[in-house]
Ligand binder design. Structure first.
Ligand code: GLN
Length: 309
């Protein structure tokens, strides 16, 4: 049934369609082939209703949108203190692939590559093989989505062929004695998690699972404890949009995470999960039309987290 929500989403998608600013990510060969015209928006409500517009069933790889979810699994599996020993929660002020460490050698936060690779290796327990850990993470992310997700092997292979910097970041953390297992396993596993396929609808459901405090709105199953959801949403708020997190928070005001394939995950506590997708990126690595559509959505529905009554 058509509702005013569908009309609003269509109107938002239409209003951004003609924006051709930015460039599709080039540094992962397979991503450079993405269709730059795709544009999708999806919302999920606490009771599991999903509203979509545009290319909402077009699949893309999660890339950095996977980071909040592997962070959530690491927190659930190891506890906050153990995760904080290796990965802090401070904004880095640097690009996502920089060597951003604090004075103790910890990664600055789990939303940049060095922190996310370290976090990936903390999901599960010490007895897991690299294969077990990958299964564990894929299964965990599938629980957030409420359906079985899979890895785009072509994108994974493509990123592996150019992933030297990520391997170096993993080795650096090993050198600091803060990485569980082998650097190669952590880098390969992290890269596979980045190559998990989703569509905008999945992203909205995954966002709502964080925004409910950890219960998937479709399956009604608890995926993570409430304290973990709060921790993840907090770090998304301060570190989720790379080096434009401050601008994003003041303009849009929704805890969010973007990825280089063009996806933007949003999660407004207790209210809504949001998925947007459009491949052209701005200079920070955020989707140009994704950012625009969130700005307009937040404004029109009054979603800014700092709005006062
Ligand atoms: N897999 C990508 C990388 O490690 C993810 C980066 C991103 O989305 N910003 O470079």
């Amino acid at each position: 049934m058509r509702t005013p929500v569908f009309d609003l989403l269509d109107q938002l998608v239409d209003s951004c369609q003609d924006n051709r600013d930015g460039q599709v990510a080039q540094y992962i060969p397979e991503l450079a082939d993405a269709d730059p015209e795709k544009l999708a928006l999806a919302l999920c409500t606490p009771d599991g209703r999903v509203y979509t517009s545009g290319d909402a069933e077009h699949e893309f790889t999660m890339q950095s949108i996977s980071k909040p979810f592997t962070y959530a699994l690491a927190l659930r599996d190891r506890g906050l203190d153990r995760v904080l020993q290796s990965v802090d929660v401070e904004p880095s002020g640097n690009a996502f692939n920089e060597i951003s460490l604090d004075s103790r050698g910890r990664a600055k936060n789990p939303m940049i590559n060095i922190g996310a690779i370290t976090t990936y290796a903390l999901a599960g327990d010490d007895d897991m093989t690299a294969g077990d850990r990958l299964e564990h993470v894929l299964d965990g992310l599938s629980q957030f989505a409420g359906r079985e997700l899979s890895v785009a092997e072509d994108v994974y292979q493509s990123e592996l062929s150019t992933g030297w910097r990520n391997l170096a970041l993993a080795a650096l953390m090993k050198g600091n004695d803060l990485l569980v297992g082998e650097p190669q396993d952590a880098m390969h596993g992290y890269t596979r998690a980045c190559a998990i396929n989703v569509d905008a609808r999945d992203v909205a459901v995954m966002g709502m699972t964080l925004a409910t405090g950890g219960v998937n709105p479709l399956t009604k199953k608890r995926v993570i404890p409430q304290w973990v959801a709060r921790q993840v949403l907090s770090v998304m708020t301060t570190c989720g949009m790379y080096d434009s997190a401050g601008d994003w928070l003041s303009r849009v005001g929704i805890p969010a995470k973007s990825g280089v394939s063009g996806g933007v995950l949003g999660a407004l506590p207790g209210q809504v999960g949001i998925g947007a997708f459009s491949p052209r990126l701005d200079r920070f690595g955020n989707s140009v039309r994704g950012v625009k559509i969130y700005e307009r959505l937040s404004h029109q529905l009054g979603l800014h987290i700092m709005n006062t009554p």
